[in-house]
Design a protein around this ligand. Sequence first.
Ligand SMILES: Nc1ncnc2c1ncn2[C@@H]1O[C@H](COP(=O)(O)OP(=O)(O)O)[C@@H](O)[C@H]1O
Ligand SMILES: [Mg+2]
Length: 283
Amino acid sequence: MNASEHGPQPDDEILDDDLDYDEDLDGDDDVRTLDVTALDHGDRRAPVGRAEVDTLLRDGELDMEGRLLDASNVTLVGAIRTQTLAATCVYKPVAGERPLWDFPDGTLAGREISAHLVSEATGWSVVPPTVLRDGPFGRGMVQLWMDADPSVDLAEFVRRDDPGLRRMAVFDAVVNNADRKGGHIIPMTDGHVYGVDHGICFSVDPKLRTLLWRWAGRPLLLEHVAVLEQLAEDLRGELGERLHEHLTRREVRRTQQRVADLLRTQLHPQPSGEWPALPWPPF
Ligand SMILES: Nc1ncnc2c1ncn2[C@@H]1O[C@H](COP(=O)(O)OP(=O)(O)O)[C@@H](O)[C@H]1O
Ligand SMILES: [Mg+2]
């Protein structure tokens, strides 16, 4: 990440004391060593359908099991449970956000929520269900954990002409995603592709940084143009207002502008040349 730090770092000690670290997590940099499917939920069941997912994310009790050590911010993973429902989730407290030179402090969770709102408006479900709520370390974003297809080789997958990746490329152009690295792409067993970590989206400056450049300069698919036309309308209405709960007016206007630019050119954008086009590290 090009963004550099200033100011204090998140208080790791509070987290180290309060968290029940999994033995495998301790001292290991690899998130995959935590078996998130092995969390004990008693006789609770997984939520079925969006309404149950939303209820669980909003009202569930958070029981964080560990910290994703390869994450750049304080990113916790664990269980979320109501009396009847349970799932694995990610919780990123605002208090654990690492200060960045190019994004105002304390705004990353709101950007994740905004990305989810845009994702929902497109109907593409790029972003897993995400809410802003209180948790054990204060307000933060809580997102449903999506189990990636373990058989997919990400390095090979991201080069594919995959429809899920192509619409993700359009989505990223809309939200101005500065961090679409491999680890932020979650291919599912049913072929759907989720994207995660949208904390550094919606800058007013062009910052698109992604691995998904294979369609750059190519015409947008007509079905994507249709979605963008609807999105342009939504952004002028309620969606724009909802985004403004988390973004500045200027950031919302720039989002409208990016959609308008895509509709005008009808092309997948190309690297601007003024900003590193590829995320580092790529995975
Ligand atoms: N909702 C999710 N479902 C599945 N995996 C996730 C989810 N959120 C994050 N991850 C995994 O955890 C890693 C770290 O989370 P990320 O959101 O990138 O944190 P950070 O903002 O600290 O970089 C991601 O690269 C991804 O592999
Ligand atoms: Mg990340």
